[in-house]
Design a protein around this ligand. Sequence first.
Ligand code: NAP
Length: 490
Amino acid sequence: MTLQLSDPDLLRSQAYVDGAWVDADSGATFPVVDPATGDAIAQVPRMGAAETRRAIEGAERAREAWAALLAKDRARLLRDLADAMLANADDLAAIMTAEQGKPVGEAKAEVAYAASFFEWFGEEAKRVYGETIPAPMPERRIVVLRQPIGVTVGITPWNFPSAMPTRKAAPALAVGCPMVLKPAEQTPLSALAVAVLAERVGIPAGVFSIVTGDAEDAPLIGGEMTSNPLVRKLSFTGSTEVGKLLMEQCSRTVKKVSLELGGNAPFLVFDDADLDDAIAAINVAKYRNAGQTCISANRVLVQAGIHDAFVERVVELSKTVTVAPGFDPAATIGPLIDEPALAKVARHVDDARARGGEVLLGGGVHEQHGRTFFLPTVITGADMSWQMSNEETFGPVTAVHRFEREEDAIRIANDTPFGLAAYLFSRDHARIWRAGEALDYGMIAINTGFISAAEAPFGGVKESGIGREGSHHGIEDFLELKYMAWAGIR
Ligand code: NAP
């Protein structure tokens, strides 16, 4: 398949290392595949430790001059980069749909979201203030600086091919830290397209590098990133399993880590909820990206009094969801990313059936499109013994649990090692406070399905991660405090 782009130069088949577009040392490549068709869109370099080391060394060379720029000058460059992304949004969205499968309208919204990080963090970095602290001795002064941490690395997943890289790179670059980024095997092209624009707007060589590789190369690239002493911080988004491994690897050189890991989001609907709000939210929290997001509603807990009405409305909603290739203007959900993803969703649905779940809609692959196009699926009778109650399904499957009392819902919701996002629907403000405070999650969506914004602190507790991305908290992760004790001020 040939992608039709207004600017074909945005589609790259080389990686961007230390300001140069390069092949792997070995010359080896791997195909990036369109999940809707199985066709290869591009061949991309299979890199390893040596190329990663060079990218890190380039970042180290670029570090001082980049950190020494005025914050407003870095902000201007990042603003130019955000504008360039928006100006090329149609092409960036087409590249994303081709490699990831999401509908092109959704891809375009992600490009705008991804660009917003460069704009917002550029502005925010102008306000990285220090502190003066009243000293315990008269001739003393205590001054605290907040300085860029140094060279940083990022590793990102395939589900948000543009927004995950920019959510990491934007705060790093804004405060003066270079970043070397490894995008996911399935979706390197969106990250490379951002690098094309970064180069065009004048981000200096070495400040933002992209190293590509397939699943076999990932441990080599990750191994170098987490062992190289020049690297001071890792920011990772992906599975909890890989996050734990990388954290362990980083411990050997005591690197700072931010981890945005898996979720198992509960979606609580109380009897007094506004049903329209809850249904609008499930549409986002379940069907956006075909349910392949870390904050997708994974356990839908509905109170007995509203259960049947809710289920009826979810079935009605799900019938309006159009499964089709992402370039079809009618598509509301595209294919799942790959065969292993399909196998997991199918396994969860089979397990639900075997445990007595009633499949009211869907439950299998779309007849016409086949491949990994999974049907919107609604299942009732869920409980915590089901596989899908304990693992992220990452598919368009809504499994409804019925509960009686508020305390039951909170107990079930918290019965997981994860703690990323939770949703709650109620019109009772006291209940919203009670439940909101009792839920062990980093983010609580109240009467909405939308959580993500550059302005807000995105992140989880428990095994869902460490640190926050977005907001001024997202900047702190890329800064170190330096305390200066001044004496002799008489
Ligand atoms: P994954 O397997 O952990 O992969 C994520 C990234 O880690 C990819 O770039 C992957 O490279 C890389 N990787 C894998 N093994 C590695 C290793 N040994 N060393 C270094 N890098 C390694 O996760 P995924 O299945 O692609 O992504 C889905 C997961 O991400 C879900 O659990 C989801 O909840 C989570 N997620 C979390 C957030 C959040 O903000 N909390 C956001 C989005 C997604 P390859 O692709 O080359 O294998």
